[in-house]
Write a protein that binds this ligand. Structure first.
Ligand code: GLC
Length: 448
């Protein structure tokens, strides 16, 4: 199966689900208020860093390289044998995430290639057996926590290295022909793989203190794929909730037909048209996005988004009530490359002045119509509305229907008053000719 069709499927599964919800098992029972409280930090924080790092970072040409190029285990081994990130300093990473305004981080503890960044008891395919020889996760968790950043783990359900993971339509190795595949799978026992995942999940969720988010990845149910029965998603989630009752879990366990088997949906690498809904209800959502297209470090990829595009992305996501998880793919020496640093710094510059329009904010109430070339966000607790001006106009900005709805307006970057005229229901702001010196200027309105 092509990756694009897999992603398309994920999109359909996560957004368009219409099957009625299933009965909730006793261990998953929770009131809507309890769930909202559990997720309160997450819906407040809005902006996180994703980190994709593994042996594919040495190939430096996509984290799916094993699949894209159908590389055998034997040939892939060279990346494992040369994994030695001598410049790894998670304190530096954490400082960069913090300066960018990111409030939580999610790292790939294991990606589809099966390589583990921690010293798992249950496999030899792990960092402690590479030339680097040390656990990467503990210092990572300590460094980010020290900066006050919440910790998330990404864990791949897919595993192209484990001997009990049955070949399927997405596996890079194994026979293509269905009958041959069936024969080859005779020695692969998915029950053992299920247990492997539970064992590893237990390590990850007991050895590193409180884990705030879990990003499982991913399900592709059907004849040539794997879904909740293959993973024993219910059993896995039960274990996860027992070990970390406060954790926030993504929707890729293939349990979207339930109301209890996921906490948020995960539109990937596209911008939803509006706040995603499931069974008619707006749901928590987090879009994961890359700087350049691939998640793992890709030396020769040149489709990098600009700082401006990324700032607008963060604003747009917040304006639709969602979170942005923005990915960095560190190099095999353990550094963020210059292109990533430049974007992070640019976003940090904007966030330093304007984060008030992001943290704790959400979609504006329906009675505010978005003015032309603008995006609105709203802070329900402080009752302030934020007008993000995407294209700085000449002196005037018209806000139809805003008359009488706010008592004071200022530019957020320097708290300078914005004066205005009222004509009927409409407001016209009087703006300086020169665009304020910030990527996207924001006008802060104190509502009545
Ligand atoms: C996809 C990809 C994967 C990436 C992930 C991030 O499912 O398979 O490479 O880790 O999305 O959301």
């Amino acid at each position: 199966m092509k990756k694009s069709s897999v992603l398309w499927m994920l999109f359909l599964v996560s957004i368009n689900f219409t099957i009625p919800a299933q009965d909730t098992p006793a261990w998953a029972k929770e009131t809507p208020k309890q769930k909202a409280d559990r997720m309160a930090w997450w819906t407040h924080d809005r902006f996180g860093m994703f980190i994709h790092w593994g042996t594919y970072s040495l190939a430096a040409r996509h984290e799916w390289v094993k699949n894209n190029e159908k590389i055998s285990d034997a040939d892939y081994q060279k990346y494992f044998e040369h994994f030695d990130p001598d410049l790894y300093n998670p304190k530096e990473w954490a400082a960069k995430a913090k300066a960018a305004g990111m409030k939580y981080v999610v790292i790939t503890t294991k990606h589809h290639e099966g390589f583990c960044l921690w010293d798992s008891k249950y496999t030899d395919f792990k960092v402690t057996n590479t030339p680097y020889g040390k656990d990467l996760i503990k210092p990572f968790v300590d460094a980010f926590r020290a900066e006050g950043i919440k910790i998330g783990f990404y864990y791949s359900l897919i595993d192209w290295h484990h001997p009990d993971f049955p070949y399927d339509g997405v596996h890079p190795n194994g026979p293509k022909d269905k009958d041959e595949r069936k024969a080859a799978n005779a020695t692969r026992d998915i029950k053992k793989y299920q247990q492997y995942m539970k064992n590893q999940m237990t390590e990850l969720l007991t050895k590193y203190g409180r884990i705030d988010e879990l990003f499982t990845d991913f399900s592709y149910p059907g004849e040539n794929g794997k879904g909740h029965e293959d993973w024993d998603s219910e059993g896995l989630l039960k274990l996860i909730r027992q070990l970390q009752p406060n954790i926030v879990v993504d929707n890729r366990l293939d349990l979207e037909h339930t109301d209890w088997g996921w906490d948020f949906v995960t539109p990937e690498q596209y911008m939803p048209k509006e706040w995603p809904t499931i069974r008619g209800k707006r749901v928590p959502w987090e879009t994961c996005q890359t700087f350049s297209g691939s998640w793992g470090y890709y030396r020769d990829e040149h489709s990098w988004k600009s700082v401006r595009q990324l700032v607008v992305m963060l604003i747009e996501v917040t304006s639709k009530g969602g979170n942005l998880l923005l990915n960095v793919g560190p190099t095999a020496r353990g550094l963020f490359d210059d292109r990533a640093n430049e974007r992070l710094e640019g976003m940090g510059k904007w966030m330093y002045l304007n984060s008030r329009s992001i943290y704790g904010c959400t979609q504006a109430p329906d009675d505010f119509k978005t003015p032309e070339n603008c995006l609105l966000t709203y802070h329900p607790a402080t009752k302030r509305l934020y007008v993000h001006v995407l294209d700085w106009p000449f002196q005037t900005l018209h806000l139809p229907g805003f008359a009488g709805k706010f008592k004071y307006a200022q530019l957020l970057n320097d708290a300078s008053e914005v004066r205005f005229n009222i004509t009927g229901d409409d407001v016209t702001f009087n703006l300086p000719v020169q665009k304020p010196n910030t990527e996207v200027p924001v006008i802060e309105l104190y509502l009545e």
